[in-house]
Design a protein around this ligand. Structure first.
Ligand code: FAD
Length: 302
């Protein structure tokens, strides 16, 4: 079905969400929109609130497991809401909610700014990464975010939240508990670095990632949070579970904390494999692995 432009925004009905997640699974969105600017986002929320429709935000869908039954109400995907402003003199960077992290890491490296080199292999958006406190190789959003601009899903005016009020912790921010849409993120990066040196480190980080993770297969990155001081991947690998399959979902043979879609996985296959791993690790190690991946549409337990 072709998108309909209604009152200043495009809407589509009954759209498969599998191409909106990096796992390449997920049922249909009852309504789907991909706004490109704040005006469209505000109009969409007004429309959904008027109709009393629940509203879900999707970034690049790189940390999402969407149920086969799909999502009721309006799904707003922000991956077309891109843009960034980079000040190489002050180190202040502002990125729109849908700005891809790898692109932002490359642009800031080119400007000689230090602080995002570790992020080049994270295929999310600036908004999704601010919500998740994305991190790698010892770096995380918590250390570079200055503030974010948000809009309440129930409508209202945009407002700013300072980093100290986001309660950042390991893969956690208060945003995971609030009904807010991240419109933009402001970062403070370090100035005065050699662009070619920062670019080299950034490139090396990407190479490291593509050689140690199933980077080119459909996945959601690490499925489980690391239960400090242990590594979830190591616990799973020690149980000999690499390569174990349920339907089309497989525990990666390259990295045991990744589940890959081998081609025809359903969300149910992935969800069953997550539970299978949890049971095994609980029985053998006495630890309950907590999923890092966010589930959407698994009613009523969401
Ligand atoms: C190959 C691969 C490697 C990965 N490596 C890493 C890694 O090294 N480190 C790491 O931390 N993560 C990693 N991830 C996971 C993922 O990329 C991050 O969690 C990323 O930050 C998610 O961003 P996203 O835009 O895809 O968010 P989504 O997956 O679309 O959404 C995640 C959550 O954020 C919410 N959300 C998204 N955007 C917004 C917004 N603008 N406003 C409000 N809420 C929003 C969603 O509703 C959902 O609850 C990896 C994933 C893959 C596929």
């Amino acid at each position: 079905m072709l998108p309909n432009k209604l009152k200043g925004f495009y809407l589509e009905k009954n759209i498969s969400l599998s191409r909106f997640t990096t796992l390449r699974v997920g049922g249909q969105a009852e309504w789907l929109a991909e706004p490109t600017n704040i005006d469209e986002i505000e109009k969409l929320l007004f429309w959904a609130n008027n109709k009393k429709l629940p509203c879900q935000i999707i970034g690049a869908g790189s940390n999402l497991l969407i149920a086969d039954a799909g999502i009721k109400g309006l799904s707003v995907c922000l991956r077309k809401f891109q843009g960034s402003k980079i000040n190489a003199v002050t180190g202040i960077v502002e990125a729109a909610g849908g700005e891809p992290i790898p692109a932002l890491a490359r642009k800031t490296a080119k400007a000689g700014l230090h602080g995002l080199e570790w992020a080049v292999g994270i295929p999310g958006t600036a908004g999704g990464a601010a919500v998740m406190n994305a991190g790698a190789q010892g770096g995380s959003f918590a250390e570079i975010v200055k503030s974010i601009k948000v809009l309440p899903l129930i409508g209202g005016s945009p407002f700013e939240i300072k980093v100290e009020d986001l309660k950042y912790d390991y893969r956690f921010s208060l945003l995971q508990k609030e009904k807010l849409i991240v419109l933009s993120t402001q970062f403070q990066l370090q100035t005065g670095h050699d662009p070619s040196q920062i670019t080299k480190v950034t490139n090396n980080n990407l190479v490291h990632r593509t050689t140690t993770q199933p980077y080119h297969q459909p996945s959601c990155g690490s499925v489980f949070r690391n239960p400090e001081p242990f590594k979830a991947g190591q616990l799973i690998e020690e149980l000999g579970l690499k390569g174990h399959k349920i339907g089309g979902a497989e525990i990666s043979k390259i990295h045991a904390n990744f589940i890959v879609n081998t081609g025809n996985a359903s969300a149910k296959d992935i969800s069953n494999l997550i539970e299978f791993i949890q049971e095994k690790v609980q029985t053998e190690h006495g630890l309950l692995l907590e999923p890092e991946v966010k589930k959407l549409g698994f009613y009523p337990i969401n």
